[in-house]
Design a protein around this ligand. Structure first.
Ligand SMILES: C[S@@+](CC[C@H](N)C(=O)[O-])C[C@H]1O[C@@H](n2cnc3c(N)ncnc32)[C@H](O)[C@@H]1O
Length: 211
Protein backbone atom coordinates (compact mmCIF):
# COMPACT_ATOMS: atom_id res chain seq x y z
CA UNK A 1 0.00 0.00 0.00
CA UNK A 2 2.94 2.34 0.67
CA UNK A 3 4.09 1.70 -2.91
CA UNK A 4 0.57 2.32 -4.24
CA UNK A 5 -0.25 5.32 -2.13
CA UNK A 6 2.86 7.28 -3.04
CA UNK A 7 2.46 6.66 -6.79
CA UNK A 8 1.66 9.26 -9.46
CA UNK A 9 -1.53 11.11 -8.60
CA UNK A 10 -1.51 9.82 -5.01
CA UNK A 11 1.30 11.92 -3.55
CA UNK A 12 0.65 13.51 -0.15
CA UNK A 13 1.31 16.95 -1.62
CA UNK A 14 -2.19 16.96 -3.14
CA UNK A 15 -3.69 16.63 0.34
CA UNK A 16 -1.34 19.27 1.75
CA UNK A 17 -2.50 21.80 -0.85
CA UNK A 18 -6.11 20.68 -1.14
CA UNK A 19 -7.60 21.89 2.14
CA UNK A 20 -7.21 25.01 4.31
CA UNK A 21 -5.16 23.23 6.99
CA UNK A 22 -3.86 26.54 8.31
CA UNK A 23 -7.45 27.42 9.26
CA UNK A 24 -7.32 24.91 12.12
CA UNK A 25 -4.20 26.46 13.67
CA UNK A 26 -2.96 24.31 16.55
CA UNK A 27 -5.79 21.85 15.95
CA UNK A 28 -5.81 18.08 15.74
CA UNK A 29 -6.25 15.85 12.72
CA UNK A 30 -7.14 12.21 13.09
CA UNK A 31 -5.83 10.32 10.07
CA UNK A 32 -8.19 7.32 10.07
CA UNK A 33 -6.57 4.29 8.39
CA UNK A 34 -3.52 6.47 7.86
CA UNK A 35 -1.13 3.54 7.32
CA UNK A 36 2.52 4.55 7.93
CA UNK A 37 1.52 8.18 8.20
CA UNK A 38 2.95 9.57 4.95
CA UNK A 39 0.10 12.08 4.64
CA UNK A 40 0.19 13.15 8.30
CA UNK A 41 3.96 13.50 8.19
CA UNK A 42 3.70 15.74 5.13
CA UNK A 43 0.97 17.80 6.83
CA UNK A 44 2.95 18.16 10.07
CA UNK A 45 6.04 19.22 8.09
CA UNK A 46 4.08 21.86 6.16
CA UNK A 47 1.99 23.19 9.07
CA UNK A 48 4.18 23.43 12.20
CA UNK A 49 1.25 24.00 14.57
CA UNK A 50 -0.78 20.94 13.58
CA UNK A 51 -1.04 17.77 15.63
CA UNK A 52 -1.84 14.48 13.87
CA UNK A 53 -2.97 11.16 15.24
CA UNK A 54 -2.55 8.33 12.73
CA UNK A 55 -4.80 5.36 13.35
CA UNK A 56 -4.42 1.93 11.80
CA UNK A 57 -4.28 -1.76 12.60
CA UNK A 58 -1.85 -2.98 15.28
CA UNK A 59 0.78 -4.46 12.96
CA UNK A 60 0.81 -1.37 10.77
CA UNK A 61 1.16 0.98 13.75
CA UNK A 62 4.04 -1.06 15.18
CA UNK A 63 6.15 -0.58 12.04
CA UNK A 64 5.02 2.99 11.41
CA UNK A 65 6.16 4.18 14.84
CA UNK A 66 9.74 3.17 14.09
CA UNK A 67 9.84 5.25 10.91
CA UNK A 68 8.61 8.57 12.30
CA UNK A 69 11.15 11.40 11.86
CA UNK A 70 12.29 12.24 15.43
CA UNK A 71 11.57 15.96 15.05
CA UNK A 72 7.88 15.14 14.63
CA UNK A 73 7.61 12.95 17.71
CA UNK A 74 5.69 15.58 19.68
CA UNK A 75 3.18 16.30 16.91
CA UNK A 76 2.53 13.00 15.12
CA UNK A 77 1.28 10.07 17.17
CA UNK A 78 0.24 6.58 16.12
CA UNK A 79 -2.68 4.72 17.62
CA UNK A 80 -4.13 1.30 17.06
CA UNK A 81 -7.80 1.64 16.17
CA UNK A 82 -10.32 -0.43 14.21
CA UNK A 83 -12.32 2.06 12.16
CA UNK A 84 -15.47 -0.03 12.49
CA UNK A 85 -15.54 0.73 16.20
CA UNK A 86 -16.35 3.99 17.97
CA UNK A 87 -13.80 6.72 17.30
CA UNK A 88 -11.86 7.18 20.56
CA UNK A 89 -10.35 10.60 19.78
CA UNK A 90 -13.15 12.99 20.65
CA UNK A 91 -13.55 16.52 19.38
CA UNK A 92 -10.75 16.65 16.78
CA UNK A 93 -10.92 19.41 14.20
CA UNK A 94 -10.56 17.11 11.19
CA UNK A 95 -11.10 13.40 10.67
CA UNK A 96 -9.20 12.57 7.49
CA UNK A 97 -10.12 9.48 5.49
CA UNK A 98 -7.83 9.15 2.50
CA UNK A 99 -8.44 6.17 0.25
CA UNK A 100 -10.41 4.38 2.95
CA UNK A 101 -13.99 4.12 1.75
CA UNK A 102 -13.59 3.07 -1.90
CA UNK A 103 -12.76 -0.53 -1.10
CA UNK A 104 -15.81 -1.01 1.09
CA UNK A 105 -19.40 -1.49 -0.08
CA UNK A 106 -21.96 1.08 1.06
CA UNK A 107 -23.02 -1.03 4.06
CA UNK A 108 -19.47 -1.03 5.45
CA UNK A 109 -18.58 2.51 4.37
CA UNK A 110 -21.64 3.72 6.28
CA UNK A 111 -20.47 1.85 9.38
CA UNK A 112 -17.06 3.55 9.11
CA UNK A 113 -18.68 7.00 8.85
CA UNK A 114 -21.15 6.31 11.68
CA UNK A 115 -18.32 5.19 13.97
CA UNK A 116 -17.02 8.77 13.81
CA UNK A 117 -20.24 10.39 15.00
CA UNK A 118 -19.83 9.97 18.79
CA UNK A 119 -16.49 11.81 18.51
CA UNK A 120 -17.64 14.77 16.42
CA UNK A 121 -17.99 18.22 17.92
CA UNK A 122 -19.92 21.02 16.30
CA UNK A 123 -17.81 22.16 13.33
CA UNK A 124 -15.63 19.03 13.11
CA UNK A 125 -14.74 18.34 9.50
CA UNK A 126 -14.62 14.98 7.82
CA UNK A 127 -12.22 15.25 4.90
CA UNK A 128 -12.55 12.37 2.46
CA UNK A 129 -9.94 11.97 -0.28
CA UNK A 130 -11.21 9.60 -2.93
CA UNK A 131 -11.59 9.18 -6.65
CA UNK A 132 -14.84 10.64 -7.99
CA UNK A 133 -16.04 8.68 -11.01
CA UNK A 134 -16.55 11.06 -13.94
CA UNK A 135 -19.84 11.28 -15.81
CA UNK A 136 -19.56 9.01 -18.87
CA UNK A 137 -18.11 10.90 -21.85
CA UNK A 138 -16.75 13.87 -19.86
CA UNK A 139 -13.06 12.80 -19.78
CA UNK A 140 -10.73 11.24 -22.36
CA UNK A 141 -11.28 7.59 -23.26
CA UNK A 142 -7.90 6.86 -21.66
CA UNK A 143 -8.89 8.39 -18.31
CA UNK A 144 -12.33 6.84 -18.51
CA UNK A 145 -10.83 3.37 -18.99
CA UNK A 146 -8.60 3.84 -15.93
CA UNK A 147 -11.56 4.95 -13.78
CA UNK A 148 -13.87 2.14 -14.92
CA UNK A 149 -11.09 -0.45 -14.49
CA UNK A 150 -10.60 0.61 -10.89
CA UNK A 151 -14.35 0.44 -10.36
CA UNK A 152 -14.42 -3.15 -11.68
CA UNK A 153 -11.34 -4.08 -9.65
CA UNK A 154 -13.04 -2.83 -6.45
CA UNK A 155 -16.07 -4.98 -7.29
CA UNK A 156 -13.94 -8.06 -7.99
CA UNK A 157 -11.63 -7.77 -5.00
CA UNK A 158 -13.82 -6.23 -2.32
CA UNK A 159 -17.47 -6.32 -3.43
CA UNK A 160 -17.06 -2.52 -3.41
CA UNK A 161 -17.07 0.24 -6.01
CA UNK A 162 -15.77 3.61 -7.03
CA UNK A 163 -18.41 6.31 -6.61
CA UNK A 164 -19.60 9.28 -8.63
CA UNK A 165 -20.40 12.54 -6.89
CA UNK A 166 -24.06 11.64 -6.34
CA UNK A 167 -23.02 8.32 -4.82
CA UNK A 168 -20.73 10.15 -2.39
CA UNK A 169 -23.37 12.68 -1.37
CA UNK A 170 -25.91 9.88 -0.87
CA UNK A 171 -23.41 7.89 1.16
CA UNK A 172 -22.82 10.75 3.61
CA UNK A 173 -26.54 11.50 3.82
CA UNK A 174 -27.43 7.85 4.42
CA UNK A 175 -24.75 7.50 7.08
CA UNK A 176 -26.41 10.41 8.87
CA UNK A 177 -28.56 13.22 7.49
CA UNK A 178 -26.72 15.64 9.80
CA UNK A 179 -23.54 15.27 7.74
CA UNK A 180 -23.32 18.43 5.60
CA UNK A 181 -21.56 17.96 2.29
CA UNK A 182 -19.72 21.23 1.66
CA UNK A 183 -18.22 20.45 -1.73
CA UNK A 184 -15.06 19.06 -3.27
CA UNK A 185 -11.79 20.07 -4.93
CA UNK A 186 -9.99 18.18 -7.66
CA UNK A 187 -6.32 19.21 -7.31
CA UNK A 188 -4.54 19.24 -10.70
CA UNK A 189 -2.56 16.02 -11.16
CA UNK A 190 -4.29 14.26 -8.27
CA UNK A 191 -6.16 10.98 -8.77
CA UNK A 192 -8.19 11.72 -5.68
CA UNK A 193 -10.61 14.55 -5.07
CA UNK A 194 -10.85 16.17 -1.65
CA UNK A 195 -14.38 16.21 -0.30
CA UNK A 196 -15.32 18.26 2.72
CA UNK A 197 -18.13 17.30 5.05
CA UNK A 198 -18.93 19.01 8.31
CA UNK A 199 -20.83 18.20 11.43
CA UNK A 200 -23.15 21.01 12.40
CA UNK A 201 -23.99 19.54 15.80
CA UNK A 202 -26.63 17.26 17.20
CA UNK A 203 -29.57 19.56 16.63
CA UNK A 204 -28.85 20.28 12.97
CA UNK A 205 -31.48 19.57 10.34
CA UNK A 206 -31.14 17.41 7.25
CA UNK A 207 -28.21 17.20 4.84
CA UNK A 208 -27.67 20.36 2.85
CA UNK A 209 -25.41 20.86 -0.12
CA UNK A 210 -23.71 24.23 -0.03
CA UNK A 211 -21.83 24.07 -3.35
C1 LIG B 1 -5.85 1.94 0.94
S1 LIG B 1 -4.93 2.10 2.44
C2 LIG B 1 -4.91 3.88 2.62
C3 LIG B 1 -3.82 4.30 3.51
C4 LIG B 1 -3.66 5.83 3.73
N1 LIG B 1 -4.90 6.45 4.21
C5 LIG B 1 -3.17 6.51 2.47
O1 LIG B 1 -3.95 7.25 1.85
O2 LIG B 1 -2.01 6.30 2.10
C6 LIG B 1 -6.15 1.58 3.66
C7 LIG B 1 -5.61 1.55 5.08
O3 LIG B 1 -6.67 1.16 5.95
C8 LIG B 1 -6.14 0.30 6.95
N2 LIG B 1 -7.23 -0.51 7.50
C9 LIG B 1 -7.89 -1.56 6.93
N3 LIG B 1 -8.84 -2.01 7.74
C10 LIG B 1 -8.79 -1.23 8.87
C11 LIG B 1 -9.55 -1.21 10.08
N4 LIG B 1 -10.57 -2.06 10.29
N5 LIG B 1 -9.26 -0.25 10.99
C12 LIG B 1 -8.24 0.62 10.78
N6 LIG B 1 -7.48 0.65 9.66
C13 LIG B 1 -7.76 -0.29 8.72
C14 LIG B 1 -5.09 -0.50 6.21
O4 LIG B 1 -4.17 -1.11 7.10
C15 LIG B 1 -4.47 0.55 5.30
O5 LIG B 1 -3.40 1.20 5.93
Amino acid sequence: MTWFSTGPGLEAIHVVGGFAWDSIGKGTIVDVGGSHGSVSIALAQSFPSLHCIVQDQADVVKVAQTNLPPDLATRVAFMQHDFFTEQPVKGADVYLLRWILHDWSDAYAIRILRALIPALKQGSKVVVCEHILPEPGTVSKYQERASRSFDLAMLEFHNAKERDIDDWINLFGTADPRFRFLGFKQPPGSSLAIMEVDWPGDNAKANSICN
